[in-house]
Design a protein around this ligand. Structure first.
Ligand code: AMP
Length: 439
């Protein structure tokens, strides 16, 4: 199938062609014609499947007719995190470049004044996180009566983050006649209830998990016998100084560990920066940009960065701990091996991770091969950025890392495990870990 067969306008097709996409992904082929026919759509798809374009492309065409009034957005897109909201905005800019649509982002960490000005101008597309949207609504800054199109993205993630009451409120605030596009990677009972309550006879488009992402990621496990954080950080430094590591996203389960680990790495001469929900938005945005441009080599992140962030060229993902929820493992390692590139993931596990590791192993259907660092692969640590594109900021001067103790040189297993296409699908209902971001 080609994009020409989907019913999109010539201007939108031109922008798509300029993005270099030749063929629609399955979620795009399934959803775009339905959206253009103004049907409600239930998309069961996770990030990496091209789902963002499956709603942004037809929305651009639908919204190209008509004009926005002050404070009355014509469409509303709800995203669980600020980063995802910003990514959707980038999509609108890219694909909507031959249209004149006004867009505004309503996310935490950005001044109310600037957002208010944007709303006053009238917006065709409002992209928001639930908390900030409801704040502005409660202050009387937004009227929902003009919303013709409502998109709820990453609904199961919203469930994890405790946003479901907010989502129900948003549904009730928008006109009954709106068109709803609803996306979720899994369908736990609570999500199904929302769909049954608020969507009108939706077209269901379900696509498989992007297995190719997993296939391109070689996964390894480094088991430590001790829970001692210092030993763990020393091992981490060995991992991060191996040859072939161009850059890495390093995940910690807890925000406080993100800060501690980032600081420890920096002090040891590794070019690292933290990103998590307690940092203000401008810092988070700048850090992401610096990582994308190569100014930062190791992005130390909480799970807020695990879902959906689309950074095409990440050589390694390192799990500083085994994620609390097995499915987060898939999201984390999916940050590498993108766009057909090869990637490596290394998960550090200590005795306290035993239960979480058992859950991951069960989900994968086989154990993760042991990681053994060959000392010959070690390279000297440098604070130089891996790809110094900009001179925006000098990396901090730090003392070089001491040579690590020599581990037994053992070669890597030949067949690393790859994730199954269908994981448990159990969702995350229940305990909400404190590291999840709430705007
Ligand atoms: P998403 O699932 O929306 O996060 O998209 C994942 C990645 O796929 C992004 O880098 C998109 O730019 C890319 N993408 C979206 N649609 C296509 C397509 N039809 N062909 C190739 N890549 C695409």
């Amino acid at each position: 199938m080609t994009f020409d067969e989907l019913g999109l306008s010539p201007n939108t097709l031109k922008a798509v062609a300029e993005s270099g996409y030749t063929e629609p992904t399955p979620i795009q082929a399934g959803a775009i014609p339905k959206v253009l026919q103004r049907e409600d759509v239930l998309g069961i798809a996770q990030t990496g499947t091209g789902k963002t374009a499956s709603f942004t492309l037809p929305m651009i065409d639908i919204l190209s007719q008509g004009k926005a009034k002050a404070r009355m957005p014509r469409s509303l897109i709800i995203e669980p995190t600020r980063e995802l909201a910003a990514q959707v905005a980038e999509n609108f800019e890219k694909y909507g470049k031959y249209h004149r649509l006004n867009m505004a982002l309503l996310i935490g960490g950005v001044s109310f004044g600037d957002q208010d000005k944007a709303l006053m101008r009238g917006v065709d597309v409002l992209i928001a996180t639930p908390g900030r949207l409801l704040d502005q609504y409660d202050r009387g800054k937004i009227l929902m009566s003009g919303v013709q199109l409502l998109v709820i993205d990453e609904a199961d993630r919203m469930l994890d983050m405790g946003f479901i009451p907010d989502i129900e409120r948003i549904f009730k605030m928008t006109p009954f006649t709106r068109q709803t596009l609803f996306f979720s990677a899994t369908m736990p009972t609570e999500i199904k209830r929302i769909v049954d309550t608020f969507l009108h006879n939706p077209a269901r488009v379900e696509v498989a998990r992007p297995a190719e992402t997993a296939k391109t990621v070689s996964q390894y496990l480094l088991s430590l016998k001790s829970n001692d954080p210092k030993t763990k950080r020393a091992k981490l430094r060995q991992i991060l100084t191996q040859d072939g590591l161009k850059n890495a996203i390093l995940f910690c389960n807890r925000k406080r560990d993100v800060d501690i680990v980032a600081k420890s790495l920096t002090q040891n001469g590794i070019n690292a920066a933290p990103i998590h929900g307690d940092l203000n938005q401008s810092v988070r945005t700048e850090t992401l940009e610096r990582f994308k441009s190569g100014d930062v080599t190791v992005l130390v992140a909480s799970d807020v960065a695990a879902r959906g962030l689309d950074i095409p060229d990440v050589s390694h993902v390192v799990n500083f701990d085994v994620p609390f929820h097995a499915e987060d493992y898939v999201h984390r390692i999916g940050r590498t091996g993108r766009a057909g590139r090869k990637g490596t993931s290394i998960t550090i596990a200590t005795p306290v991770d035993a239960k979480a590791l058992a859950a991951v192993t069960e989900m994968l259907g086989k154990p993760i091969p042991a990681y053994q660092q060959d000392v010959a692969e070690q390279k000297p640590v440098t604070t130089e950025p891996s790809k110094p594109k900009t001179t925006r900021r000098e990396p901090k001067k730090s003392r070089p890392v001491k040579a690590a103790k020599q581990p037994e040189p053992v070669s890597r297993p030949a067949t690393p495990v790859t994730t199954k296409t269908n994981t448990s699908g159990a969702g995350f209902a229940g305990n909400v870990p404190d590291f999840f971001l709430k705007d």
